[in-house]
Structures are given as structure tokens and as C-alpha cells.
Design a protein around this ligand. Structure first.
Ligand SMILES: O=P(O)(O)OC[C@H]1O[C@H](O)[C@H](O)[C@@H](O)[C@@H]1O
Length: 528
């Protein structure tokens, strides 16, 4: 399966760092011999930009902001002693709060000990905690966690019914950097109604994580919530796992946050290395550049061969795609940059889309994540002399061989085991790879200007809905087609939107909208 030349290439390019417990194998990528030499000047510049960023340069020029996620795990690197003190204080306060919760020194409104967490947040305010929870949960953590990360009513109901009678023992973490994200607000409001319906005092169950002075922070202050933890302007949502966003739920669950931070800080130190072959983040960034021609020409399939890492692909989707998916470069040129990420886990995905990766268009590269330790303790044999873990390893190696034969490219990141330390390493590794790659392609990875467009669109539709419902109420008992309503409201250009609003309204009991049945649904009439 393997040729001598491959082994030589493997030996030549394998990165291994025993301190990090990390290997990065890039030999399965077909870059030419002179690639590193040709990229040296660009990478030197990227590393210099990163060094400036860490010293507090305005690395997010569009928003005039510094970018400080690396300070979160090394407060002494922060550009001012005030910032360092704030970070240290926040970690201390989180630990202190969690200790009191665990010891029952802070009790719920009913005098019960808290043993459940309901985390309400979205995007960067949920993905990190979800990933870390799934990776580290033992099944008997100090507290069990549930998430609301959308504005889907049935999604709320599913979680509420799982919480059932435990609501009186549930600590609610509302996490939002901006403090104004609608999905999070809706989750909070519905949770509040649920508490009120059970006669429970929501404020005595609620905790916020948000920027000082945000709507959420002010609400928490005015209503006297149990605690308020800070988030700072200089931490982006997608790089907030080592901030209170990630640390608060982790420490409440009993995860080893100092190990997570130690993994991240060590990885940060090692990925500052200016010697590219000794810098795994620089290696990743260069491989992304090679694979996509620096233009996002290929997608990255993230395949952890470990169930506990299956949410990593989803976590990386935000970290990478929200950071790198940009219309303009730093000079204002239209570039349409990005790096699309998908994936779930191996070997499971070998039984779904791997067929296409082997025989379909060669428009991707794979990042395998390999974990050497199978489980705590030993494994039974599933065949003579072979364990399930041997098979997982064999499927990974076998898939690489099959890809090689087809000339498909991949790289492999190996960690010793899944624990808080290795998660810290992986998070920091990809954070820095994203930053370095962004410099290589000259874009700002720290803003997300387009996200606003979808939010604006939603506000427009909610406003249009108010007008449509008001029209039907004013003309109670009379029935109208979507076209007639749009015309009457002088919203002829929005007829499709009006139709979708009406269809949604008649499918639900909330607004009392009904529909006449016509052969062609588009001529159906709606009334209240
Ligand atoms: O933490 P929040 O302010 O609620 O933001 C939550 C998320 O929503 C926004 O739309 C951004 O695109 C994300 O980067 C952010 O993580």
C-alpha cells in the first residue's frame, strides 16, 4: 500500500512535539519541494502580524479593535495591567462561584442545590461549550448541561421536557457577547415564562456572561440575577472558548479548566515559533494555502476518528468559515475568500460520503484527527488478537491508503488522548492557524460584516408580518390571497414573503389565521 518514497516524505515532514502530545503529518499533501521556500517571506510577514496582534495592535481594523484571545490564557501578555487583572479576576470569580454552587452555598429559589445547567447562547456563545461538553463529559459530571441554541419552539420544548421536574434545580446561563442576539433573547424569554409558570423566581436561577453595559448585562443587573460575568470587546465569539463563555460552563461541570488553559497556552507558545517546520499552526496555514491555491478552491473535510471529537467539525465551521469567508481583502479588493469546512467523524463517515471523496470530484482535502488512546482501561477482543480500537485505527490508516491510491490529499493531526489539555491544544492550534492563514491571504478574520444582512432581513420580515396581521384583523371575516394583501399594503415586491408569512401563520394557532382550500395554493385566501 505504501511506497518507500512515501515513508521518506513522511519522515521528512512529520512534526512531533512531546510536550504538546501532538503530531502533524502533512506528507499526504502534494506540495512541491520548493513550496516552503517560496512561501517563507509571506509566512514571516504573517508571523510578524501575529506578534503585533498579541502585543495589542488594532488587528481588526474595520471595527478598530484589538484581538486578545491569546491573553485569556496568558494574562501577563495583555497590553495593559488592567486587562490582565480583569482576566485573572474573572477566572477567580468563576471558580469561586462554581465552588459555592457545588457546595450548596448558593441555592436555587426553592432552596434546592443546583445540579443542572441550561445554557442559552448561539454561535460563538454555544459552539465551544457544546464541543467541550461532548468531548469531556463522563456521564456523571458535577452538573448536567442542556443547551438552547436557536429560536426553534419545538427545540425549546424538547429541552424543557428533558428538564421536566428538575427546573427548580436548574442554573440558567445566558451567554451573549453583544447581549442583544434575538435567538438568545427568545430562549431566555421562553425559559423565563416556563419558570414563571411553575412559580419559580427566574432571577434566582439566572447568570449572565456578556459585555459590560449590554442589554443582557443591564437586565441581569436590574433584576438581581445570581451572578454576572464579563466578556470583553477584544474577544471574538468564535475565539471565546478560553474566556468566561467556555470556562464558566466547563468549571460548573467539573472539567479541568486549568488543564484546558495550560494546553492552549503551551500551544500558543510553540506556535509563535518563527521556524515554520517547528510551528504546527504555520504548517496548517501553509497547507490550507497550498490546497486551495490561497483562494478557497477546495473544501476541508474534518474527520476525527473519535466520537468525543465529533463536534469539532461544527466548532471549526464557525471558527474558520466566519473568519475566512470574506468578500473583500484588507486593501478593499473583491476577493471572495473562504475555506468551506464539513465533517462529522470516522469511521462513521466512511459509510456515507467517503465514496464521493474517493471517486468524485477532487475538490477537497481531509484533515484527519487521530487519537492514540482508545479508552480508559483495556479492551476486549472482537477477533483473535484484535480490539475495536485496533479496528478504528485500521479504518483510519486504511482510508488514508485508499485516498493515496486515488491521489486525494489529506493531513493528519494526532493527539495522545482526549482530555482538557489536548482540547486546549487543538483550540489554540486552529485559532492561530486561522490568524496566520488570514494574513497569508490578506483578509481581516476578526469581523463578520455579512452576518448582519440576515439579521436585518429577519427584522424586515417580522415587521412585514405585523402589517399583514394588522390588515387581516382590520378586515376581520374577509378572506384575501397573498397577492391581494401584498398589493393592499403596497408591498408588491414582497409577495413571496407575504405568502410565506401567511402559510406559517395558518399552520400555527398563535395569530388565528385561517385559509380557504383552493386547487392552486397560491389562490388560497387567508382570513382571521
Ligand atoms: O454572543 P453573541 O453576541 O450573542 O453572538 C453570537 C453569534 O452571533 C453573531 O451572529 C456572530 O456572527 C457570531 O460571531 C456570534 O458568535
Amino acid at each position: 500500500m505504501e511506497t518507500h518514497g512515501q515513508w521518506e516524505r513522511y519522515k521528512k515532514y512529520l512534526y512531533y512535539n512531546p510536550e504538546l502530545g501532538l503530531m502533524v503529518d502533512i506528507s499526504g499533501m502534494g506540495f512541491p519541494e520548493n513550496f516552503f521556500r517560496d512561501m517563507q517571506a509571506r509566512m514571516d510577514q504573517a508571523l510578524k502580524c501575529m506578534a503585533d496582534l498579541e502585543k495589542g495592535a488594532i488587528a481588526n481594523p474595520d471595527e478598530g479593535r484589538t484581538v486578545g484571545h491569546y491573553w485569556l490564557r496568558a494574562p501577563h501578555l495583555a497590553p495593559s495591567p488592567e486587562i490582565a487583572t480583569e482576566i485573572e479576576r474573572a477566572i477567580r470569580d468563576i471558580e469561586d462561584f462554581a465552588r459555592k454552587i457545588h457546595r450548596g452555598e448558593i441555592l436555587s429559589s426553592t432552596g434546592d442545590k443546583f445540579d443542572k445547567i441550561l445554557l442559552i447562547g448561539i454561535g460563538g456563545s454555544a459552539l465551544g461549550p457544546q464541543f467541550v461538553t461532548d468531548a469531556l463529559t463522563t456521564g456523571h459530571d458535577l452538573m448536567n448541561i442542556y443547551f438552547l441554541d436557536n429560536t426553534d419552539p419545538a427545540g425549546f420544548d424538547r429541552v424543557f421536557s428533558a428538564l421536566g421536574d428538575h427546573l427548580c434545580r436548574t442554573l440558567v446561563l445566558v451567554i451573549s457577547k453583544s447581549g442583544g442576539t434575538v435567538e438568545t433573547r427568545n430562549g431566555m424569554l421562553e425559559t423565563r415564562y416556563l419558570f414563571a409558570g411553575r412559580g419559580l423566581d427566574f432571577a434566582r436561577h439566572a447568570v449572565s456572561v456578556s459585555q459590560a453595559g449590554s442589554l443582557l448585562d443591564r437586565t441581569a443587573e436590574e433584576e438581581g440575577w445570581l451572578a454576572r460575568f464579563p466578556l470583553w470587546e477584544w474577544v471574538g465569539g468564535r475565539t471565546s472558548e478560553t474566556s468566561p463563555v467556555g470556562l464558566l460552563p466547563a468549571v460548573l461541570q467539573g472539567f479541568a479548566i486549568h488543564e484546558l488553559l495550560r494546553g492552549a497556552v503551551l500551544c500558543d507558545r510553540i506556535t509563535r515559533n518563527r521556524e515554520v517546520k517547528d510551528n504546527p499552526a504555520a504548517l496548517l496555514a501553509l497547507m490550507w494555502f497550498y490546497a486551495t491555491g490561497g483562494e478557497g478552491g477546495k473544501t476541508m473535510v474534518v474527520l476525527p476518528y473519535k466520537d468525543r471529537l465529533q463536534l469539532f467539525a461544527r466548532y471549526l465551521q464557525q471558527l474558520i468559515m466566519e473568519s475566512l469567508g470574506k468578500e473583500k481583502d484588507l486593501a478593499g479588493n473583491i476577493v471572495y475568500q473562504g475555506l468551506a469546512v464539513f465533517g462529522n467523524k470516522g469511521s462513521t463517515d466512511q459509510h456515507s460520503y467517503l465514496q464521493q471523496l474517493l471517486e468524485g470530484p477532487d475538490n477537497f482535502f481531509i484533515t484527519f484527527l487521530e487519537v492514540l488512546k482508545d479508552r480508559n482501561g483495556s479492551s476486549p477482543q472482537v477477533e483473535e488478537g484484535v480490539t475495536s480500537g485496533d479496528y478504528l485505527n485500521a479504518f483510519l490508516q486504511g482510508t488514508k491508503g485508499a485516498l493515496r491510491q486515488k491521489g486525494r490529499e489529506y493531513l493528519t493531526i494526532t493527539v495522545e488522548k482526549v482530555d482538557a489539555f489536548s482540547l486546549g491544544v487543538l483550540i489554540a492550534l486552529f485559532e492561530r492557524a486561522v490568524g496566520l492563514y488570514a494574513s497569508l491571504i490578506n483578509i481581516n478574520p476578526y469581523h463578520q460584516p455579512a452576518v448582519e444582512a440576515g439579521k436585518k432581513g429577519a427584522r424586515f420580515i417580522v415587521d412585514l408580518q405585523r402589517q399583514v396581521l394588522a390588515f387581516l384583523r382590520q378586515n376581520r371575516g374577509k378572506a384575501y390571497t397573498a397577492e391581494e394583501i401584498a398589493f393592499a399594503l403596497e408591498k408588491g415586491d414582497e409577495t413571496e414573503g407575504v405568502f410565506k408569512i401567511l402559510e406559517h401563520a395558518r399552520a400555527n394557532p398563535d395569530h388565528g389565521v385561517r385559509r380557504t382550500e383552493e386547487k392552486n395554493i397560491l389562490y388560497s385566501k387567508y382570513y382571521i
